[in-house]
Design a protein around this ligand. Sequence first.
Ligand code: NAD
Ligand code: GLY
Length: 372
Amino acid sequence: MAVIPVALAGRAYEVVIEQGVLARLPAVATHFLASYTGARKVPCVADTTTHRLYGAGLETSLAAHGFAADWFIVEPGEAAKSWPVLERLTDWLLGLGVTRSDHVLALGGGVVGDLVGFAAAITKRGVGFVQIPTTLLAQVDSSVGGKTAINTAAGKNLIGAFHQPGLVLIDPLALDTLPDREMRAGFAEVLKYGLLGDAAFFGWLEANAAKVLAREPAALEHAIATSIAMKAQIVAEDERETRDRRALLNLGHTFGHALEAETGFSDRLLHGEAVALGMALAARYSARRGTISGADAARAVEAIAAAGLPARMAELGLACDGAALVEHMRHDKKAEGTTLPFLLLRALGEAYVARDVDLADLAVFLDQELVA
Ligand code: NAD
Ligand code: GLY
């Protein structure tokens, strides 16, 4: 078990990582359920899959403490992060009469967490919410840090707010039912922490990836706790990404976003897979610029490939050229006027923000990578 504090003045909270914590939820989250004194009905949001798998367990543990669950259930997938679903969810919360001292429970992956977080941010100018992430990606990344959002026709996550959860409850046992492909996609974000800021953790991941992916309890908990500890530290230092600190968490994301756009944000390439390939490209582009050695770039690429993640663009069989990928990047929400900050590597375990990337040179590099 690990309890990791997120030290934000006035909005501090804890991330509890514990096998079986879902079954003990009301005991761990007593303070967050205390406001439900009348009907003692707790608003819970899930997608149909997480509701089917974990809804009854959550109800049983709530019932043991005299609470009942009121459910709002969405279809799995990105479409739930939309204006129509947000409108229905906020209307539902208002209909229940939630108050600003209440907490809504978000049981699911990053989609449910982002949707509930945003609904909580704007309902009555901010009600509370508890993140109960059930994918590896959500357990190591999206449930912590307060980024909440929905998607619109203009792009992913373009409408949102910073709104921190009151508590994050991580049950690694929930990952037992997660499809292996989703597990690997989440593992990409774990590798990200090693590559961006912790060489020793990166080395540990090289040696222990198979154990983490096989959900061996000790290895899995170590991977989650180390990832969350780094994220909590970074968020505490730069909550709103106004300095070049939280931006480090975007390692692999600008390349990855272009690849997701090129593949239509579809199941052809999951977000974590795009981040994995994006990190491989960032490593190889760093080697091209001479900030890391070719051998270090090869080591990063090998760690990604060894986890069963895409590490070479040729694997995708894209029909575009490098210029088209750069064009997608220009529309990235991280673009600053005419410049585009890139997360590159100074070492394995040390990322930095480069604002001097020549986009013509980048397009040439990508042309080579598309066929390498
Ligand atoms: P997801 O929420 O779509 O979950 C992936 C799939 O796994 C879904 O079909 C879901 O029903 C299923 N699932 C969830 N838990 C399961 C379990 N325990 N067993 C079996 N199936 C399970 O995807 P995700 O990868 O968790 O999250 C992606 C979303 O997170 C994207 O919308 C992305 O923009 C967002 N995100 C947000 C942040 C942030 O900081 N807020 C960071 C990264 C990603
Ligand atoms: N997932 C990137 C961040 O939380 O900043």
